[in-house]
Design a protein around this ligand. Structure first.
Ligand code: IMP
Ligand code: MG
Length: 170
């Protein structure tokens, strides 16, 4: 397996993170915000975003596993839960990529049941037209095609997360 092409460059990614950070700064000025990064893929997006936020912000992380079999689809298992209580807080979920949408729609339901004041979603890469039952993504970095991508947090068998760009593997 090799990276066959760069789909989105380091510079494009850096510009996009700055753009989205300023939208988030505008939206939550004067408010408290809890940023929830979904491990492992979102660790790079969260750290790049964090450096651009000028807000009253705390960071927490969650690790979940999704099941896709027909019988168990719609299930997520919490591998690592949040440390903070999000009741009455403004929550921003940060995820690496939106593919079938199952992970985020289930995670959103789960976090809603903890009674936050608000929930928004920032997803760095969104695969077009894949989700059967799409949910609203409030901030999306880049729309991409259905091909399998790595880099900027995304892995193939645990590898390639460290690449500063988004690449196609083939
Ligand atoms: P969803 O529930 O199908 O939206 O799953 C999203 C999760 O699948 C992401 O958090 C990634 O871990 C993984 N994933 C989906 N597409 C890709 C890809 O192209 N490259 C690497 N991981 C992917
Ligand atoms: Mg993931």
């Amino acid at each position: 397996m090799k990276i066959s092409k760069t789909l989105i460059s380091k510079e494009e990614i850096e510009n996009k993170i700055s753009e989205i950070a300023s939208e988030i700064n505008d939206k939550y000025k004067e408010e408290e915000l809890v940023v929830i990064g979904i491990l492992k893929g979102a660790f790079i997006v969260v750290s790049d975003l964090a450096k651009k936020l000028q807000l009253d912000v705390t960071f927490d992380f969650m690790s979940i596993k999704s099941y896709y079999g027909s019988e168990s689809s719609g299930q997520i298992k919490i591998v690592k839960d949040l440390e903070y209580d999000i009741a009455d807080k403004n929550v921003l979920i940060v995820e690496d990529i939106y593919d079938t949408g199952l992970t985020l729609s289930n995670l959103k339901k789960l976090l809603e049941s903890r009674n936050p004041k608000s929930i928004e979603i920032f997803c760095m890469f969104v695969k077009k037209d894949v989700a059967e039952d799409p949910i609203e993504i409030n901030y999306s970095g880049f729309e991409i095609g259905p091909e399998f991508v790595v880099g900027y947090g995304l892995d193939y068998n645990g590898k390639y997360r460290e690449l500063p760009y988004l690449g196609v593997l083939s």
